[in-house]
Design a binder for this molecule. Structure first.
Ligand SMILES: Nc1ncnc2c1ncn2[C@@H]1O[C@H](COP(=O)(O)OP(=O)(O)O)[C@@H](O)[C@H]1O
Ligand SMILES: [Mg+2]
Length: 276
């Protein structure tokens, strides 16, 4: 299973937002997409999830061309996403926000639920258990009956990711999951993302928080003015003079990146020593 971008292009009117982007994303890895505001990161996510049509090129998941499919067809292919701006059902409870994402995928299931109440009850309980398990993973189980809109902002961000996971997606797209989180919440999110890494799942994280990106991403794509400027490991990104000049800008930013990458090297070193 691989996600392939083939010579992708996106135009809004006369404005070219994405041009000539070709790359691949692998399961078992967390891929970061970074770049300044307006670089085209969200556009890539929106085209992959089918929210925006591509203007040129192809998006292929596991040999199947996604670009051109309807949004629900893409979701049924195992693609789930979160948004740069939170989009929960505020008036529904936390648990309902997850339950609502379960839907019967076969016509027969609907009829069995209508005609045979015990079957419906059994399925409802099973759904509830699966949702509660996800809520527990994100430490949200005590909020299950609270209105989603009443949760603190950081919890709402976690709930959005939990909801994206309900369908157990093969491709998980997260658009700035750490936006607006405090230091403690970002650290919690970073740990959760690492736990979600799975051989059956491709994860793509668009993010500005360099600590998060450098510590949890295995590969990073750097976007600049709608083009793919650089791709590589966090260490390679940090060492690339192209990236430093074109994207990172100020000396302060570069120092932050280097510190985060150094921290990652230390952590990786500890892991490697533990293994040996
Ligand atoms: N729906 C839209 N209509 C018109 N222009 C858009 C739309 N979405 C994004 N853009 C433009 O496309 C460019 C890339 O935007 P975006 O993908 O949101 O960048 P990023 O997520 O990297 O900040 C920007 O110049 C932005 O103004
Ligand atoms: Mg964006």
């Amino acid at each position: 299973m691989t996600l392939v971008f083939e010579n992708l292009r996106k135009q809004y009117g006369h404005h070219v937002a994405i041009e000539g982007v070709s790359t691949q994303f692998q399961p078992g890895l967390i891929h970061g997409i970074i770049g300044p505001n307006g670089a085209g990161k969200s556009t890539l996510i929106n085209m992959t999830a089918g929210s925006y049509l591509v203007s040129g090129g192809k998006i292929i998941l596991d040999g199947r061309t996604l670009s051109g499919l309807k949004k629900y067809q893409i979701a049924n292919s195992g693609v789930a996403r979160t948004y740069q701006n939170i989009r929960l059902f505020d008036q529904m409870t936390v648990l309902e926000n997850l339950e609502v994402c379960f839907y019967p995928t076969q016509v027969g299931q609907v009829w069995r639920e209508i005609l045979w109440p015990p079957f419906a009850t059994k399925r409802r309980l099973k759904r509830r258990d699966a949702c509660m398990e996800l809520l527990s993973f994100f430490n949200l189980q005590h909020h299950a009956d609270h209105e989603a809109g009443s949760l603190p902002y950081g919890r709402q961000r976690m709930l959005e990711i939990a909801r994206a996971l309900v369908t157990n997606p093969r491709l998980l797209l997260l658009d700035e999951p750490a936006a607006g989180l405090n230091h403690h919440e970002t650290a919690e999110l970073t740990a959760k993302l690492a736990e979600l890494r799975s051989p059956d799942r491709i994860m793509i994280v668009v993010e500005h928080d360099m600590d998060l990106v450098m510590s949890v991403c295995d590969r990073i794509v750097v976007m600049h003015h709608g083009k793919l400027l650089f791709q590589g490991t966090p260490e390679e990104v940090q060492e690339s003079s192209d990236v430093q000049l074109a994207y990172l800008g100020t000396a302060n930013d570069i120092d932050d990146i280097k510190a985060a990458a150094e921290d990652r090297r230390i952590k990786l070193g500890i892991r490697a020593r533990r293994r040996s």
